[in-house]
Ligand binder design. Structure first.
Ligand code: BGC
Length: 534
């Protein structure tokens, strides 16, 4: 689609920088490491990288506790390293998105130190201060200077910023018109403009709905005001993207707040479908119809054609895709296909393309708690530290996951039948077929409760495809009508994927045959068909 903005057709790849590739031997991944692995990412076929926060931080929450938004944490490298990464990525047609954490700052941020002072100063109203608790949530006493409580919805060291919440006392900045609050908006705009000026292509925006809103009386008005002002800045730079992390109100985020994209929590439901089919589970008891309807109702709520929802394989916070499938690669591949062919922007979390599993042995690190299991180093080779770092094992950010010798990039790359190559084939197919991309129409062909076959048609101009999966470990069949896809005409039906397995190759189907088109799918298998009307 010539007129669609780049991010609508993109496949986004999320990198947890600490665990991706270390180049200076300190055991922590860094920016030059990402640059070094760009060829791999280009080979995989992704279009944009989202890097979890790389700003200065005391790392009580792995960098989601920013202490200086204008500086890169030295452990990741320098501004020069980021610019080199951007340059090299752009040379390969890959964009770079940073993670902007504006819901809260670290308690080590200069703004908070000033805000905590007893004496009034320009930062006094920058956070949520109150003499008494209200609205539930976490209020924390500050006994040193201010003798008031501050609000920290996530963690005591991550202090919520004040966007003008109306339930605060008047003197504490209970309106976006308060001069102290206005200064915060201005500073955030400057931060965004600074990084866009360095060549960054956009941001994933953490906790975009401002987590403190429930307690402090924010009805959606403040995220709207704030993010729209940020969007204006982004628009001045041309084709940049703002992608919101807002689980409760993703559609509102794209319709009202000015985000181009927003993550859909329904990705969880999609992944959940896999777990009903995992080996040893017995009869399939999932509900593809419920997912299909819920997603249709969510995506049809998006009003602007150039805005959309994001479906993802997993992320640094929640279990991996391969955990849903019990480690069965064929089933994990189905999860990938579903994420890559819905009318949404797909986002892949690093290592999912290898079938990496959650590592329950990973010790909590930098405030991760149980999330550490999702953050272990990317396994590149079967060699020492999985090729992630040359540091001594105890110095690694997190230990490498056991069994990496059997599951790593080196083993899977170029190996037909590996999950990595399968995912790569799917991405390439999506790229070749406009109908498989985000904005194309989706027509559900077969979705039923307790039925492992899920099939849908996708259509864009004269490109028409059918995606069908069997989520169970037993052969399954369904009969679908493809007549609506061809306007009642006969068609040539050609199998696009999978390429290396037996199945339908090319077939001439009359209009009558299209009306009752049999889909016969082996255990955990799929077909992507091209339907060309005659
Ligand atoms: C991030 C988490 C982080 C939290 C607080 C989430 O949305 O994904 O990793 O701990 O925000 O910033």
């Amino acid at each position: 689609m010539a007129d669609s903005p780049w991010y609508q057709d993109a496949v986004i790849y999320q990198i947890y920088p600490q665990s991706f590739q270390d180049t200076n031997g300190d055991g922590i991944g860094d920016l030059p490491g990402i640059t070094r692995r760009l060829d791999y990412l280009q080979y995989l076929g992704v279009d944009a990288l989202w890097l979890c926060p790389i700003f200065e931080s005391p790392f009580t929450d792995a960098g989601y506790d920013v202490s200086d938004y204008m500086r890169i944490a030295p452990r990741y490298g320098t501004l020069g390293d980021l610019k080199r990464l951007i340059r090299e990525a752009h040379r390969r047609g890959i964009r770079i998105l940073l993670d902007m954490v504006f819901g809260h700052t670290s308690d080590q941020h200069r703004w908070f130190r000033e805000s905590s002072r007893f004496r009034r100063n320009p930062c006094s109203n920058r956070y949520l201060w109150s003499a008494a608790e209200f609205g539930g949530g976490k209020w924390v006493w500050n006994n040193e200077g201010r003798h008031e409580m501050y609000y920290a919805s996530w963690n005591v060291s991550q202090v919520d910023l004040n966007y003008g919440f109306r339930r605060l006392a008047k003197g504490n900045g209970n309106s976006p018109r308060d001069p102290g609050v206005r200064a915060l908006y201005r500073d955030c705009r400057r931060i965004v403009a600074y990084w866009l000026g360095q060549g960054v292509d956009g941001f994933r925006c953490d906790a975009a709905g401002f987590v403190g809103y429930k307690a402090c009386g924010n009805d959606g008005r403040l995220p709207r005001l704030f993010w729209r002002s940020i969007r204006k800045v982004a628009d001045k730079f041309g084709d940049r993207v703002l992608m919101s992390e807002e689980w409760d109100r993703p559609v509102e985020a794209v319709n009202e707040w000015g985000f181009h994209l927003s993550f859909s929590l329904l990705a969880g439901n999609l992944k959940g479908l896999l777990s009903f089919g995992k080996p040893g589970k017995g009869r399939f008891r999932g509900d593809p119809l419920a997912f299909d309807r819920a997603f249709a109702s969510q995506s049809s709520g998006v009003r602007r054609k150039d805005h959309g929802l994001v479906l993802f394989t997993s992320n640094h916070d929640s279990g991996r895709l391969a955990d849903c499938s019990g480690g069965c690669d064929a089933l994990t591949a189905l999860g990938f296909l579903l994420v890559l062919t819905q009318n949404a922007v797909p986002k892949i979390y690093m290592g999912d393309e290898l079938g990496m599993r959650y590592d329950s042995a990973a010790p909590s690190h930098e405030g991760s708690g149980a999330r550490a299991g999702n953050r272990t180093p990317m396994p590149w080779t079967s060699g020492r530290n999985a090729g992630f770092s040359t540091a001594a094992a105890p110095k690694l950010y997190l230990p490498v996951t056991k069994g990496y010798q059997r599951r790593n990039v080196g083993i899977q790359l170029g190996h037909p039948g590996s999950l990595l190559e399968e995912v790569r084939g799917m991405i390439a197919c999506r790229r070749r077929h406009p109908s498989l991309r985000t904005r194309a129409e989706k027509i559900t062909l077969h979705a039923r409760k307790n039925d492992p076959v899920y099939a849908y048609g996708r259509r864009c101009d004269d490109d028409t495809t059918v995606v069908a999966v069997n989520l169970s470990g037993r052969p399954a069949r369904a009969v679908v009508s493809l007549r609506g896809l061809t306007g009642g005409r006969a068609a040539l039906v050609r199998q696009l994927l999978p390429r290396c397995r037996e199945g339908l190759e090319v077939r001439h189907a009359s209009a009558a045959e299209l009306g009752r088109f049999p889909l016969s799918l082996g255990p955990y298998s799929y077909q992507v068909l091209e339907v060309a009307s005659l």
